[in-house]
Design a protein around this ligand. Structure first.
Ligand SMILES: [Mg+2]
Length: 269
């Protein structure tokens, strides 16, 4: 373990961002400190490229990222368009519509929702909800409560057609290439970074973070909205709470000793 570069690969909703208010302010100074120490913070989220770009702009950051659960990447170079790893969203919408028509499933997805409806379900502002609708390869699907059996059947039918489903904090996302760990691996390849040459610290709270947390050198699990923790079959830290203050503290506690020992190694005697 170790290597020459350190990457913090972090989920956003319910991990770095407060699960309800989406606040990030308390993490700003930690993000700056990490950047100052040469640590790259790569957002790995179910959010769209448009949403992540807006968040990075608000944070004064420019960095590559993994969007739409790994189906969309950005190499972080200004002017470069997003890189699509999955089938286009029109194909996802067509598959979802065909399935609902055939089985009368009571689900709804972002592509057919108004911005007002997205705001109602997510608590996002209208501006942010509009960015959340700019999907390229995946659709977050909303299900009414108490539809367990229908939902399980829906999942089976999608899988039989070659689609993946991933549960996040609020929605179940559907697409053809959703894996945050694979997305990050593809990004490292684009950047010419060997996996063995970097130490990856992953942070997440939901099922859609599992592969990322498993593949990392260090894993920090944040509590989901119901207070439960994702169970991982590997050593990991459990953050006491979700959101920016705790995120900054957990990353700091994990990385500061490593960064300090590196600095002292570089310091001349
Ligand atoms: Mg999350």
């Amino acid at each position: 373990m170790g290597g020459s570069c350190i990457i913090v690969a972090t989920d956003l909703d319910g991990t770095l961002l407060d699960a309800e208010s989406y606040a990030y302010d308390p993490a700003i100074s930690a993000l700056r400190e990490l950047a100052g120490a040469g640590v790259r913070t790569v957002f790995c989220s179910s959010k769209t490229a448009a949403e992540i770009e807006a968040l990075q702009a608000a944070l004064g950051m420019q960095e590559g990222f993994v969007a739409e659960n790994g189906a969309v990447l950005s190499d972080g170079v200004a002017g470069h368009p997003p890189i699509l790893r999955g089938r286009p969203v029109d194909a996802v919408d067509a598959a979802l519509a065909a399935l609902r028509d055939a089985h009368d499933f009571p689900c709804q997805w972002f592509g057919e929702m108004t911005v007002a409806r997205i705001c109602e379900l997510t608590g996002l502002t209208p501006e942010d909800a509009a960015l959340a609708r700019k999907r390229l390869c995946t659709e977050p699907v909303w299900w009414p409560p108490d539809c367990g059996q229908q939902r399980a059947r829906w999942r089976e039918l999608l899988a039989a057609d070659g689609w993946q489903t991933l549960r996040g904090g609020r929605f179940e996302t559907v697409g053809s290439a959703m894996d945050k760990a694979e997305g990050l691996a593809a990004l490292l390849e684009i950047w010419g970074i060997e996996r063995s040459q970097c130490r990856i610290v992953a942070a997440g709270d939901s099922e859609n973070d599992r592969t990322l947390l498993q593949a990392a050198d260090d894993a920090i699990v944040f509590p989901a909205r119901d207070g439960r923790y994702l169970k991982l079959k590997r050593p990991h830290r459990r953050a006491p709470a979700a959101g920016p203050s705790c995120w900054a503290r957990e990353i700091g506690e994990l990385l500061m000793p490593i960064l300090e020992s590196r600095a002292s190694m570089r310091r001349p005697e």
